[in-house]
Write a protein that binds this ligand. Structure first.
Ligand code: TUI
Length: 309
């Protein structure tokens, strides 16, 4: 049996990305009901908001689901308390090092799967007792590292003994097969699930992904040390221009305050921050999560026997 399926008690080793302002109970339960692992994103939200999503998700599915803890959040501590109180079986973490929470989580029997952008961090996570790692290439949307999925995956597979899950640049069966061939035991998929029927974001967000071309998912924040990949629009172009002028990072941050909400809820195509990976341009339609997962699995199964050199 696949190690990730065994670890998480799921049908397919497909984990939904913990996308802030996107990954709520609707999306997470749909992915879990389709045989993957749905994830509720903690983002920058306080405990009460996420508690509500967890309660809803428990109503919508009897399958396992997890929570993503965004470690830059001022509420990260209380989200950790919450996952333990709510008996959540697994968490993924992002945008930082979850070391200080590890002992408590392990004691509470919560599986911990940190998202890491480097080999060194993957090794550190293994030593601390992580159950698996998600290696996220720079192709991914949102807060990103520098290495690509193609080079990061096999190197981390060689460097650790825990199962590796590949993320960044995967949206179909071909991407899944590529990840598995590189030694990953599973995949994390974000952008493709934004264009699902169950995803609650504004339809403008979904349409921006569908209309996007290969070079439309650009990186801002390189100069400030917080690179983030979003779809090209008025906001991201203005941020890039402010960076080129060498303006104060605080000024740039100010410009982006609330921009995730402006994208996901308001659907303001000019002023929102529409996080998406480079694979966005491959996404051409909006489908139910079950169809997305079935299509990915069927395509992967079709390709697998034909790998021949
Ligand atoms: O976390 C993500 N993606 C995200 S988080 C997010 S919310 C946000 N918005 C604006 C600015 C910053 C965050 C949107 N997208 N992916 C997982 C990920 N984790 N990518 C990179 C990392 C990471 C980076 C540094 C993980 C660990 C790390 O450790 C540094 C250390 O402390 O050693």
């Amino acid at each position: 049996m696949n190690k990730i399926c065994e670890l998480l008690n799921i049908q397919y080793p497909i984990i939904q990305g913990g996308m802030a302002w996107v990954a709520n109970a609707n999306l997470a339960s749909a992915v879990s009901n389709a045989g993957g692992l749905g994830i509720i994103a903690g983002g920058n939200a306080p405990k009460e908001i996420i508690k509500e999503e967890i309660r809803k998700c428990k109503e919508f599915t009897d399958k396992p689901f997890g929570v993503n803890v965004m470690l830059l959040s001022p509420f990260a501590d209380e989200i950790i308390d919450l996952v333990i109180e709510e008996n959540i079986p697994v968490i993924t973490t992002g945008a930082g090092n979850p070391a200080k929470y590890m002992k408590r989580l392990k004691k509470a029997n919560v599986k911990v799967i940190p998202v890491v952008p480097t080999i060194a961090l993957a090794q550190r996570m293994e030593k601390l007792g992580a159950d698996a790692v998600i290696v996220e290439g720079t192709e991914a949307g949102g807060h990103i590292g520098e290495l690509t999925t193609m080079v990061l995956t096999p190197q981390v597979v060689d460097a650790v003994n825990i199962p590796v899950i590949a993320a960044g640049g995967i949206a179909d069966g071909r991407g899944v097969v590529a990840a598995l061939v590189l030694g990953a035991k599973g995949v994390q998929i974000g952008t493709r699930f934004i264009c699902s029927e169950e995803c609650s974001v504004h339809e403008n967000y979904k349409n921006m992904i569908i209309k996007s071309k290969d070079r439309d998912a650009i990186v801002t924040g390189r100069s400030t040390g917080h690179p983030v990949r979003t779809l090209k629009n008025k906001l991201s172009k203005e941020v890039l221009s402010m960076e080129k002028q060498g303006l104060d990072p605080k000024e740039i941050d100010k410009k982006c305050v609330g921009s995730l909400r402006i994208a996901t809820i308001d659907g303001d195509i000019e002023n929102g921050s529409f996080m998406a990976g480079q694979i966005a341009s491959i996404v051409k339609d909006i489908k139910p999560c079950k169809e997305i997962i079935d299509d990915i699995v069927n395509q992967a199964k079709e390709i697998m026997p034909s790998i021949n050199l």
